[in-house]
Design a protein around this ligand. Sequence first.
Ligand code: MN
Length: 450
Amino acid sequence: MSLRAFLEDCARRGEVLEIGELLSTRYEIASVIKALDGGPLLVFKRVEGHPSFKVVSNICNRPRLMRALGAEHVEEAYRKLIEASERPSEPKVSSSGLAAEEHVMEKPDLGKLPVLLHYEGDAGPYITSAVISARSPDGNIENVSVHRLLVVGRDKLVIRLVPRHLYKLWRMAADEGRDLGVAISIGVHPAVMLASTTPVPFGVSEFHVANTLLGGRLKLFECSETGARAPAEAEVVIEGFIKARELAPEGPLVDITGTHDAIRQQPVIEVRRIMWREGAYYHAILPAGVEHKLLMGFPREAEIWRAVSKVVPRVVAVNLSVGGCGWLHAIIAVEKNVDGDAKNAIMAAFSAHPSLKHVVVVDPDIDIYNPADVEWAIATRFQASEDLIIVPNARGSSLDPSADQETGLTTKVGIDATIPLGRDKRAFERAKVPLTARAEAVIRRLLGRG
Ligand code: MN
């Protein structure tokens, strides 16, 4: 249940592209990841100035994510994720035997890690795949979440803390005048990563969700300096404390929208120890790349799927589309019973994912992963005077530059692009050309598949 085992499986299937040329963490690796975005899993074997590490990226595209969850199709993956968030289970914990402890840097130097500088205008090198865990001062509540980390010194990071669960734990510790101990894990199994971005209530540990997802096979260890926990098979673990009072400028960084996010005063992490496995794989996620969108958006797709399933007979699939930043736009294919079902689906989707801005609901014959097909449904099945919902001044995403930057308010739009039930269905159906076996053979040859 390690990243390494998952990578080996991908290599056996011929999905791994190894890059043997020497490349720099300064823009060079990011530019290669960007050029091959969404394609093969990439392993950079020679990283300039970092001989002990390999950089791995694009671990997850949709098919690999399905495999990481042991799911045959997307509905099964949603179901597994929802079940895991409803039935979290306690992982095994050990105090030693950690793979990551093969190398320990007692006097930490973050400069030794191959942290990438991604985009022109970024504030500096950013760790983008950090799974961060912390516990409440009484030890009873654990939270695990993913945050971007700006490297600002040998032993200093600045963390972007949106006011959610880790922020709450940080405030709880700060109220007692204490710094918050954290374990920062880099290079974990995709299921652990996904569990960490799955919305569960405060008090539920995302490690417990990950353990259920992995069939009870997640192993954790307790870090000696901080008491925070990390997956025993993580490639790299950084131990540190989020300072109770020290803030520093964080940003700009290109986030999921592909635009530069604002500079904000954010908490500083003081790093105490850095550990890594022999031949460690450092996981780099390109901001605004397909992997970033998928890991952040997929658990939200599951939430939307669940919520919309309660109001319409069947939800075939949900796509937080790449063009919609994997976060702001949802395309939902539903089977409806009565007119009005699609509008209820729109409202359910907005409530399931508060950052959602635009929703398009289509019939099951539309390929929701193909933007041209979705546009065709809007062109031929949608009348704005009947099928449009506009909700002004709702809460949106802080990542959307067009939202009000002071209040965070945005306007939400829902588009019902399903065929109206009262009309003759044939008028809306895509025309087909009959296909004979002989013609099909020719087509296969011309397309290079036969
Ligand atoms: Mn949480």
